[in-house]
Design a protein around this ligand. Structure first.
Ligand SMILES: C[S@@+](CC[C@H](N)C(=O)[O-])C[C@H]1O[C@@H](n2cnc3c(N)ncnc32)[C@H](O)[C@@H]1O
Length: 209
């Protein structure tokens, strides 16, 4: 994600009240952090946060956590989220590779919105739907695992379908043109951008029991 340098990004992130600092300490007990037993939905690579804000406002009985590895991008998201005072939305600064150290069988749904496509074959392992990541997600999900992906990139989409299918997920919903379907949808920043350019958005929902 291209971004002009955010001034004081570290300060913004470190002073954020809804940033979960040292998230490992809540491993297995995020319900105590939210103070309820509502389901927890995660977005990995949350970018600037629009998708999560709209979801959290419209679904007060679901807890949302955004994970983002880039401090400058997370700082922008925090600036966007702050005015809404949402009790059901928190953020974590981390790489997806660390997720199994942070969560233990407590996530209901994982959103992957416009993840980096890593087009070269030699980088296929870095795609957030590669086997390496699916193995990590196994440890953070409750028994039933739900992955929802949106992407403009047909190659990433194809690779995700194959990888999820090979790993035992069943694709239960799919669209090659999400914005011309009747599905309820909240747009992310990337999605807004692609939508304005009339680029079709691919969508899938996959479940593993
Ligand atoms: C192309 S942007 C999409 C952002 C947002 N989801 C959207 O749709 O507007 C991908 C984001 O994922 C983040 N990201 C990529 N790999 C990641 C990883 N392994 N762990 C956490 N965040 C990651 C990047 O820093 C970037 O903010």
């Amino acid at each position: 994600m291209r971004l002009r340098n955010v001034k004081n990004a570290n300060e913004i992130v470190n002073n954020c009240e809804f940033l979960i600092k040292n998230p490992e300490r809540y491993k297995g007990k995020y319900n105590t952090l939210f103070n309820n037993n509502n389901p927890i939905y995660l977005e990995v690579g949350m970018g600037k946060g629009s998708f999560l804000i709209q979801n959290a406002i419209n679904n007060p009985n679901i807890n949302y956590i955004g994970v983002e590895k880039m401090t400058s991008i997370l700082a922008r998201a925090i600036q966007k989220i702050s005015p809404y005072n949402l009790n059901n939305l928190k953020v974590i600064r981390a790489d997806a590779l660390e997720l199994a150290n942070i969560f233990d069988q407590e996530i209901d749904t994982l959103f992957l919105n416009f993840s980096d496509p890593w087009p070269k074959n030699r980088h296929a392992n870095r795609r957030l739907t590669s086997k390496i990541f699916l193995q990590i997600y196994d440890k953070i999900f409750k028994k039933e695992k739900t992955v929802i992906q949106k992407t403009d990139n047909i190659h990433l989409f194809e690779s995700s379908i194959i990888s999820l299918n090979d790993y035992g997920y069943k694709i239960v919903d799919i669209s090659l043109d999400l914005h011309n379907s009747d599905k309820e949808n909240y747009m992310s920043e990337y999605e807004e951008k692609f939508s304005k350019m009339n680029i079709r958005i691919n969508y899938l929902k996959a479940i593993k029991k």
